[in-house]
Structures are given as structure tokens and as C-alpha cells.
Design a protein around this ligand. Structure first.
Ligand SMILES: *Cc1c(COP(=O)(O)O)cnc(C)c1O
Length: 415
């Protein structure tokens, strides 16, 4: 790769300075991999489980075993993961509709949830589509304060709504907001705080957070965590899907929305997806580490090129997202175009902003991925609104991540 003297030096410096940061990331990957392997052995994972089923999928031993392994590894009583959950939004929707009933209140304590959940939650303007709002579920939220959960405000809201609160909701990753990501441990503290004041289920949108820390929010008492298989938990191998893990009752209730009441997780053909889902989980801690290294590297490079970044390159990461703020639409678009040009698939394509379903502003996306839209693979996106922040994530290998970041830097510098 041809680099100017400036970029070449910056790249060399980055790799050297990041050494201790990478060591820490590898340590987490090592421990999480050991957890996965121990569970595989415990559940006697074997070749026959990869065969897949058709029709109703009764007695699909692979599916049931993988569910049990997910529960184990994520520190939960129960779990399910399914290839036919279409995305993270649907997985979260399954969880929310599983738990909430007419007259209940959903209280989000990390501000307004991820953009695509707006229509799931609904309001007067979406009346009639079958949102939670249409079914008589009320929504309220508490904004975060100085990057932390505002416990005083949460306390007040819990007292205001009382027993009506059925779900207290936390989003681990920053998503499209400008705030720090919460660690599993911080979320655990919030779960314990809320459980003292309320009988509500404590539910976590774990998208982008899975395997970033040594533990998951469920290890610390969250009732439910939810994630996507084309993000962290699928390890870059799962073709599609999502997971829900948590307490036995919470997961059971969610399973009745996944399929239907009385059926739950007992049916569901896996039509040949099992092997990729098993192997994806096996890969996931390592793949997440690759993505975190790529993010830390991006943070180093772009902060040294003079852009605002979050988080900074030297801190512990609780998700795989890196933001770089460009201040101009051109900056954001050029960054995404550079990432696309440095991707393994569709490197010849030039991304343009478009009105994506579920998002309020036009969004520009770079996704040169093997699995369409998979954001555990190198990808960048951002809504075309001030301050024109790119959300960068993924990278199946650090080597390819580094290459894409350098390509983006070259594009922005006009090299
Ligand atoms: C990606 C994401 C979602 C939604 O997932 P999709 O797969 O895009 O539907 C929800 N919450 C957070 C924090 C996410 O990062």
C-alpha cells in the first residue's frame, strides 16, 4: 500500500503505541473463548448437531444445544438464538412485545433508544401500525447525564409510574447518540438499583456490546439481553439472526413472541444454519477483539489527524463502535467512501446517502461485507445531520481493518 511519509509514520506510531491496548483486548478474548470452549465441551457439541432440520424442526438437538450454550456463555438461565430473527430491531421487538402488556409502562433510562425502535415503540403519529403504543403500552425515558445514568431522575420516574413499569430498558452501546457506551458492570449496577425499587424486568439492548467485556449484563442481574448475529455474537460467520438471553421466565415470554404462545422455542427448523451459528459463536470473542483493535487503531489515526473521536484510543472499550466527527457532510461521505474502497467486497462501489427505512435522516453507509449489511465486518455509517459523525465498526481481521482505515485516511487527505 502506497502511503505518504506522514501516514506511514502515523501508522507505525499507532501500532507501537497500541501494543498494551491490544494486549488487554486479547486477554478478554482469551477468557471469553475459554468460556465458549468449556460450554461446548459441557454440552457435548458434536458433528451431528450441525445437520439442521426441516419442517417443524422437532427434536433439533443442535438448536436446543446452542440455546443452552448461549445461556451458559452469557451468564443467563435461558436463551434462544435463531437464524430467522431478521435483525437486531426485531430481536428487541420480540423481547419488548413478549414482556409488555396493555397499560404497562416501558421506561428507558439511557434516553431515547436506537432510531429503528421509534416505530416499534410508536406514538400518536404512528397510530395503527401495531406499535407498542397501539397496544396501550406507555413509553417514558430518562436522559443520561454527563455520560452516566441519572439515578436521581430514574428514582423519581420509578416512583411516578410505580407498579405500572414492566420494563426498564437500557441501551449498552451509544448507537447514533453522542455519549459513552456503558460497561456490562455499570449496567449491572443499574439493574441492581432498579430491582430494589421495582419489580420491572431489566432489559438490555446488547447490540455491539456482546463479548466486549469479561462478563455480560446478565452476569450482573439483568433480566434480559438482546443482540444481533450479524454483529458481535455471530462472529462474522452467522448468515443472519438474533439472540435473547435472560431469566427463565423472561426468555419464555419472549419465545412466545418469537413463534407463538404455547409453542415457544420447541419448534423452528434450522435448515442448515446450525454449523455457522455454532462456529460463529466459537469465533465471536476473537472476531470482537479484531473489531475492537480496528476501532482503537481508527481512533488513534483520526485523532492524530485532528478529528474529534470517541472513545479515545487508549481506553477500555465496551462496544465495537468508534465515532469520528467530521463537521461537514463531505468529511463524513469521504470517510465512508474510503472505508468502502478498502473493503474486501464491493470495493469498487461509491456509497451515496439514502433515505433508509426506519431512520429519520438520510444515512450514508459503507458496507463491503461478505454477509450483507453485517456490521461485525468493516462498515461505517452516519446520519447526514450535524455534527456529521461517522459511526465506524467491525473488521473481521485487524490487518484488513488497518488497511481500510488507511484507505479512508488517504481519501480524506486527498492522497
Ligand atoms: C444495530 C443496533 C440495533 C438494531 O439492529 P439492526 O440489526 O440494525 O436492526 C439496535 N440497537 C443498537 C444499539 C444497535 O447498535
Amino acid at each position: 500500500m502506497e502511503l505518504s511519509q506522514k501516514l506511514k509514520q502515523l501508522d507505525e506510531q499507532a501500532v507501537k503505541k497500541l501494543r498494551p491496548v491490544f494486549d488487554k483486548i486479547d486477554e478478554i478474548s482469551q477468557k471469553n473463548t475459554e468460556k465458549v470452549l468449556a460450554s461446548f465441551k459441557n454440552h457435548r457439541v458434536s458433528d451431528s448437531m450441525f445437520a439442521g432440520s426441516t419442517g417443524y424442526g422437532y427434536t433439533d438437538n443442535g438448536r436446543d444445544t446452542l440455546d443452552a450454550i448461549y445461556a451458559d456463555v452469557l451468564g443467563a438461565e435461558a436463551a434462544f438464538c435463531r437464524h430467522n430473527i431478521v435483525n437486531g430491531t426485531q430481536a428487541i421487538s420480540i423481547g419488548l412485545f413478549g414482556l409488555l402488556r396493555p397499560g404497562d409502562v416501558m421506561l428507558s433510562i439511557t434516553g431515547r433508544p436506537y432510531d429503528t425502535l421509534s416505530e416499534v415503540i410508536g406514538d400518536k403519529t404512528h397510530n395503527g401500525d401495531g406499535s407498542l403504543y397501539d397496544f396501550g403500552v406507555k413509553y417514558d425515558d430518562v436522559e443520561m447525564k454527563d455520560g452516566k445514568i441519572d439515578y436521581d431522575a430514574v428514582d423519581k420516574k420509578i416512583k411516578e409510574h410505580g407498579e405500572k413499569i414492566k420494563v426498564i430498558f437500557v441501551q449498552r452501546s451509544k448507537g447514533y447518540a453522542v455519549r459513552p457506551t456503558l460497561s456490562a458492570e455499570e449496567i449491572g449496577e443499574a439493574a441492581q438499583f432498579c430491582h430494589k425499587l421495582s419489580n420491572a424486568y431489566f432489559v438490555v439492548d446488547n447490540c455491539y456490546g456482546t463479548f466486549c467485556d469479561l462478563s455480560e449484563p446478565t452476569h450482573y442481574g439483568a433480566d434480559m439481553i438482546i443482540g444481533s448475529l450479524i454483529k458481535n455474537a455471530g462472529g462474522g460467520l452467522a448468515n443472519c439472526g438474533g439472540y435473547i438471553a435472560g431469566t427463565k421466565r423472561a426468555v419464555e415470554l419472549a419465545s412466545y413472541r418469537l413463534t407463538t404462545v404455547g409453542i415457544g422455542t420447541e419448534v423452528g427448523a434450522t435448515i442448515g444454519e446450525n454449523r455457522r451459528m455454532f462456529q460463529g459463536l466459537f469465533m465471536a470473542p476473537h472476531t470482537v477483539a479484531q473489531a475492537k483493535k480496528t476501532a482503537a487503531y481508527a481512533s488513534y489515526i483520526f485523532s492524530h489527524l485532528g478529528y474529534d473521536v470517541e472513545p479515545s484510543w487508549d481506553v477500555d472499550r465496551h462496544d465495537i463502535i468508534q465515532t469520528v466527527t467530521f463537521g461537514t457532510p463531505d468529511g463524513l461521505c469521504n470517510f465512508c467512501r474510503g472505508i468502502q474502497a478498502g473493503s474486501p467486497v464491493d470495493a469498487f462501489v461509491v456509497p451515496e446517502p439514502w433515505a433508509m427505512p426506519g431512520y429519520d435522516d438520510p444515512v450514508i453507509m459503507a458496507a463491503g461485507t461478505f454477509v450483507s449489511g453485517a456490521s461485525i465486518e468493516i462498515s461505517a455509517d452516519g446520519p447526514l445531520r450535524a455534527p456529521y459523525t461517522a459511526y465506524f465498526q467491525g473488521g473481521l481481521t485487524f490487518e484488513s481493518g488497518r488497511y481500510a482505515i488507511l484507505t479512508a485516511a488517504k481519501t480524506i487527505l486527498g492522497e
